[in-house]
Design a protein around this ligand. Structure first.
Ligand SMILES: [Zn+2]
Length: 71
């Protein structure tokens, strides 16, 4: 079940990931993420999206290339 509180936190997520919020706000978000699994999964998804955008925009740099046989 989604709480109104969650909406408030989710609005902060992009800035949280970009490190554009104050330490105090960050602690509030951290606390909420520890309690709220649905917000946590949204946060993880956001981080993945943002990371993939960063990788795309810097694709000419060699990205860590593991030669281990994965999978
Ligand atoms: Zn939540």
């Amino acid at each position: 079940m989604k709480k109104i509180e969650c909406d408030i936190y989710r609005d902060l997520f992009p800035n949280y990931i970009k490190d554009k919020i104050s330490d105090t706000t960050k602690k509030f978000v951290d606390n909420h993420l520890n309690e709220c699994t649905s917000c946590k999964s949204i946060m993880i998804t956001l981080i993945c999206i943002i990371n993939s955008l960063i990788i795309k925009s810097t694709s000419y740099y060699p990205i860590k290339n593991n030669h281990s046989t994965f999978g």
